[in-house]
Design a protein around this ligand. Structure first.
Ligand code: NAD
Ligand code: MN
Length: 357
């Protein structure tokens, strides 16, 4: 029997609520499957840890995580800690420290969930957004000069490297090739950003020659928001920069019904380090402690984690259970239901136990 070592970092706000739900589903799956177990270690890093120790995680945090098979992450963000500290103190050092350069964000409309788009239902919107996750606009370069003076200057430097762009492009083409429609849309802003973005377009054309069976096209990011909203069926796999894909995937989540259902996987495709799995949403302080956080995004990212660990059957079983439960209308208030987190979780676990796929 295989044992997967999982590092759980629930962190802030509703993070602990949804990670508890996700772990309950994982344990139910392991028992139902019988072929694997999960060995979970909890880390209490996050904003409370920061208030006590002055840092979001210990200086050797990534060394502590290195021996794990995967990282299961909740969310960061607290009302009384600046957002750039929580983000740069925990999530980004893990993504960048472990070179998790491919951030994979599937979106589809689950049964029973209504899209805000008219006449768009399950099957009409089935996308995977691939976000470059190691450089670009989140390279961390830049600075401030003449702080507080009238002539103050702040710069954010976006860095694109040939190695970085080529590897994410290859990842996206390969993913598009593995999906039935073999369709890829490459997003840039190469009209206004005429250096790194033009290089991005050129590298897309170069890499496309390795994948002659993939149909691909290019879009500017502003026009892309219109296409996602008005012609959702025309899209399948999408690749974009760190910032552009960050924005587009929140839109994708909203078009699929709620941020509470949108998952994300931070993958090191070369498997040198553990990959990290998390819901897209943040710590949602407005609903923290009310027991109504939607656990679906966390279930979905748990399915991505199982897929990555080499348990595709358990991943399918989990998503099938989630779809059965949403199809029955057992859902949290953010997607129009009346159930709480625990009721949705119990229904998903029941469907896992009853599953025979
Ligand atoms: P948010 O995602 O926390 O919440 C946005 C809205 O969506 C809120 O109304 C919230 O109640 C709702 N929502 C989010 N997840 C939900 C769920 N699972 N179930 C039901 N409703 C849900 O974004 P925000 O309000 O902009 O940010 C709050 C904090 O989270 C900030 O500190 C921000 O920096 C942080 N944040 C962290 C991450 C991350 O950890 N990856 C991502 C985004 C935001
Ligand atoms: Mn985001």
């Amino acid at each position: 029997m295989k044992t997967y070592k999982i590092a759980a970092i629930p962190a802030d706000g509703i993070g602990p609520e949804v990670i508890a739900a996700g772990l309950q589903a994982l344990e139910t799956l392991a028992r139902r499957d019988g072929g694997f177990t999960v060995d979970v270690t909890h880390f209490d890093w996050g904003s409370d840890y920061y208030k006590k120790h002055g840092e979001m995680m210990p200086a050797n945090g990534t060394d502590q995580l290195k021996p794990f098979d995967a990282i299961f992450f909740g969310a960061v963000g607290a009302p009384d800690v600046p957002d750039h500290i929580t983000l740069w103190g925990l999530r980004l050092p893990i993504c960048q420290g472990f070179d998790q350069y491919a951030n994979v964000r599937p979106t589809k409309i689950l049964p029973g969930i209504k899209s805000p788009l008219e006449n768009v239902g399950p099957g009409d919107l089935d996308w995977v957004i691939v976000r470059e996750n190691s450089e670009g606009e989140y390279s961390g370069h830049g600075g401030r000069a003449h702080r507080g003076l009238p002539e103050e200057v702040g710069t954010e430097v976006a860095i694109f490297t040939r190695v970085g762009v080529t590897r994410i492009m290859r990842y996206a083409f390969k993913l598009a090739q593995s999906r039935p429609r073999k369709l890829l849309t490459v997003v840039t802003k190469s009209n206004a950003q005429r250096h790194g973005m033009v290089m991005w377009d050129e590298i897309a054309a170069e890499v496309s020659r390795e994948f002659p069976d993939v149909k691909w096209d290019k879009m500017l990011v502003d026009a892309m928001t219109v296409r996602m909203t008005l012609k959702p069926k025309s899209l399948d796999t999408i690749v974009a920069t760190n910032l552009h894909a960050d924005i587009l995937s929140d839109l994708a989540g909203a078009l699929a019904g709620s941020l509470g259902v949108a998952p994300t996987a931070n993958i090191d495709p070369e498997r040198r380090y553990p990959s990290m799995f998390e819901p897209i949403h943040g710590s949602a302080f407005d609903i923290t402690g009310k027991g109504i956080a939607n656990p679906v995004a966390t279930f979905w990212t748990a399915a991505q984690m199982l897929e990555h660990l080499g348990e595709p059957q358990a991943a399918r079983r989990l998503m099938d259970a989630v779809e059965q439960v949403s199809g029955k209308g057992i859902m949290t208030p953010d997607i129009g239901g009346t159930a709480n987190t625990q009721e949705v979780t119990d229904a998903v676990c029941e469907a896992i136990r009853a599953s025979n796929i």
